[in-house]
Design a binder for this molecule. Sequence first.
Ligand code: DAK
Length: 258
Amino acid sequence: MEFVKLQIEEEIAIVTIDRPKSMNALNNQVYEEIIAHLEAIQANDQVKVVILTGAGEKAFAAGADIAQMVHQDAMEGRHLGGLCHRSAYLLENMRQVTIAAVNGYALGGGCELTLACDIRVAAENARFALPEVGLGIIPGGGGTQRLSRIIGVGRAKEMIFTCDQIDAQEAYRMGLANHVVPQAELMDYCKAMARKIASKASYAVSVAKAAVNTSENVDLPSGCAREQDLLGLLFATHDKKEGMEAFLERRKPNFTDF
Ligand code: DAK
């Protein structure tokens, strides 16, 4: 693929947006390549964690491609919106855990991709913003919906209305970034976290992801009922038996379900 590279290192897939001439801006092709890679990863039993990042040291992704959007009509804009939402939906709902390694500007559509990831790790030079209203549009890849769920409605509105860039430390204070690390250590940090997650019972991790996602969309009793059903299901798995037996026998578990 031309603009999005996929590298698989044992149980970790690294998806890198690589369009340096335009700060990794997201045109239709970039979104299509992200979707194709994520769909392939989803079908790959070997991969347990996905790290999404940008090539270079300046940008994760500086947003949707303004040079493309300036010429687009309503139906083309709608098509672009579908690609943004499909990418975000995959990151948020695929069975693998998704980590955004934010190595610089994460603006507009780039910021929205990070919002759809399960975990965001920011390099010290990371900057997050939703600058869309400065261009006469609004965030269109889920930004008006996911940002407020992560940092609260008041702060989300301020970010969206002012277009202000939020640096890594402020993103950490707001809960937008889980961690801030020096840029040179970003990928090693994310890989170490990915390996830790991959060492757990992968099917249980994917079920936990689905259960937490449910909490965003339903009332507490409905969410707890789903949690109860999912936990019941896990009692039927090999990994539950193996994990508990390994604890009692004081050995490392050999998890196999996914
Ligand atoms: N699109 C296209 N080109 C971009 C770009 C972008 N988003 N961001 C940067 N570039 C290009 C620049 O034009 C420049 O190209 P050349 O002039 O060299 O050919 C090159 O990348 C380097 O950029 P700068 O010279 O500007 O570099 P600086 O270090 O001075 O500034 C910057 C870096 C990232 C702060 C700045 O480039 C910048 O502000 N970029 C634009 C950021 C932005 O506004 N992004 C939000 C885009 S809006 C939708 C769904 C989703 C969306 C829309 C619709 N539907 C449902 C319909 C999403 C919208 C967005 O993301």
